[in-house]
Design a protein around this ligand. Structure first.
Ligand SMILES: Nc1ncnc2c1ncn2[C@@H]1O[C@H](COP(=O)(O)OP(=O)(O)O)[C@@H](O)[C@H]1O
Ligand SMILES: [Mg+2]
Length: 368
């Protein structure tokens, strides 16, 4: 047998979605076909020991990883649904430093990087830029598409510019708030009932549903605790759906996966609904009309192309009274077996291991 492809699964890191990333990475390591791939779990937190933004706890862990010292596993936090706590703690104990594998000198010990990061320093183009410098092939989108998709204000500009229907919105920074509070709030009030979210964040962190003018200012301030820009959007009422798009190996083609319908048992698809299977039903194929399905799939493919995504993506939409409206594009969607994109792939007859194989194969093709 020729040598197996060595896959460095980059995961962990320092984002607010660190723990979700640990769970995704572990699942990927366990399901990459063993006859073809040799996985290594590499924590990118090790690259960040000097980063001034790290908490003392994360810094200590980053240094211990770098020095390959034995270290305490960070316990899973209380806000984490029970289902993934064990995975997170197991992943913490298996992870090794990503530094040698990402060096551009000597044998790095890996042939390709599989990005299982979520949120800041992973989904936002930063690690992709780093990987471009080292010349190591990596899964998923490149620098620009990643950065654009992560930034909901910027991606809305691009997608609306391409004629893709999205909720009306207004954005504001902390400086806007201190300079022109009343003007900013007046603009936001026009969008009521509204959704307020940080521009660059995921997993519904820092988000609020706002029904009255009185609740707007504090919702904007909460979003601004997570990012330097907040986005206020009109709230679209309807059926929440999501559409995965994957590349086809050896061609420029894209395959839209079956539509998944999301039915949260909570006010909206918040952090708990996303990661606790008891808090949300996910139904595939979605119970929507054929026309709505085709429109949603075509919007997801157009959104993927408009942002210049590669490999795979997942577009979140709401099927409102006037048809599907795009909320956002995820360039590194959740990759546990129960995550939305793997579920949709399974419904299309693509088992999880085959999906992972396809994603790595696409990463090894020359980038267009
Ligand atoms: N404009 C909107 N109208 C109605 N619901 C929304 C809107 N924007 C977001 N939501 C709800 O919040 C969730 C998270 O929003 P999303 O924009 O997808 O950000 P995230 O990156 O956190 O997933 C959505 O899945 C949906 O339930
Ligand atoms: Mg989303």
């Amino acid at each position: 047998m020729t040598h197996r492809i060595r896959v460095g699964i980059l995961f962990g890191g320092a984002s607010e979605e660190r723990q979700i990333s640990l769970a995704s990475g572990l699942m990927i390591a366990e399901h990459l076909p063993k006859d073809l791939y040799e996985p290594k779990l590499l924590d990118t937190l090790a690259l960040m020991a000097q980063h001034p933004g790290l908490s003392p706890e994360l810094r200590e862990k980053a240094i211990a990883l770098q020095e390959s010292r034995p270290r305490k596993a960070l316990p899973a936090t209380d806000d984490l649904p029970a289902g993934i706590r064990d995975q997170v703690e197991r992943a913490e104990s298996l992870a090794v430093s990503a530094t040698q594998a990402l060096s551009s000198r000597g044998d790095r010990g890996i042939d390709v990087a599989f990005l299982a990061l979520h949120g800041k320093y992973g989904e936002d183009g930063t690690i992709q830029g780093f990987l471009e410098l080292t010349g190591l092939p990596y899964t998923g989108s490149g620098v620009l598409a990643s950065a654009l998709a992560m930034d909901k204000v910027m991606s809305k500009r691009v997608l609306r510019g391409e004629g893709i229907k999205m909720p009306r919105g207004a954005h504001m920074s902390r400086a806007d708030l201190s300079r022109d509070l009343s003007i900013v709030l007046a603009r936001a009030h026009e969008l009521l009932p509204a959704v307020v979210k940080p521009s660059k964040q995921g997993s519904s962190l820092g988000m609020s549903m706002v029904d009255s003018p009185e609740a707007m200012e504090s919702a904007v301030r909460i979003a601004l605790d997570h990012d330097d820009q907040a986005l206020v959007e009109e709230r679209i009422f309807g059926t929440e759906i999501t559409v995965g798009v994957i590349g086809v190996v050896g061609s420029e083609e894209l395959q839209a996966l079956p539509v998944v319908e999301i039915v949260p048992k909570r006010e909206f698809f918040d952090y708990l609904a996303k990661y606790d299977p008891d808090q949300c039903d996910e139904i595939c194929p979605a119970r929507i009309s054929e026309a709505a399905r085709l429109t949603a799939q075509s919007l997801a493919v157009r959104a993927h192309r408009s942002l210049g995504c590669s490999g795979y993506s997942r577009t979140d939409l709401i099927l409102g009274p006037n048809g599907p409206v795009v909320l956002e594009v995820n360039t590194l969607p959740g990759m546990t077996m129960n995550s939305l994109l793997p579920k949709a792939a399974a419904a299309a007859g693509i088992p999880f291991g085959d999906l992972l194989h396809r994603i790595v194969s696409l990463a090894l093709e020359p980038r267009g």
